[in-house]
Design a protein. Sequence first.
Length: 202
Amino acid sequence: MSKRKPLANLRVLDFTWVIAGPLLTRLLGVLGAQVIKVESTARIDLMRTSGPFRDGVLNVNKSGYFNNFNTDKMSTTLNIATREGREVVLRLAAQCDVVVENYAPGVLERQDLRYEAFRAVRPDVIMVRMPGMGLEGPGAHARLMGNYIQAAAGIDELSGDPERQPVGSGMSYPDTSSTPYQVLPALFAALAYRRATGEGRE
């Protein structure tokens, strides 16, 4: 029986943070992909400051949440707002099959790191984008996380006493139970499309 994992030939450039994006790229890593996480020198991943912490002391390298969502990854820290940082990103992208990002719309665009820039260095690249409320429409530029989506979807209305305001849940369900698992089959479809046509997708 072969121990080779199904995504062993896949290399992923990971521009994700908090939960939904890192969980997706963690799943890719578990399936054998080589994942290279790019973190900002200006703003660390919020999960790095979320407990519990090993030894009970705040330490950005010992967050249980962060380490849980970022296993099976390599990582680097870059300032993509500089010319040098952008050049490193594009050198990495030239070696990657997939680019994944879950920033608010416009973050990568402001650094001229659009799909077209990645395609220029890797013509068959697949780019996965996971903004909270999509890329178009009235909520497209909202900076939000799963708990906001949960409230907008009415899930919070299911909690608390009928006579009081909704209290929400202790967990952000869209981040862990829907978004990554909806994106994964779409990515697999894009990989199948590329295998058949030689073309990437955004």
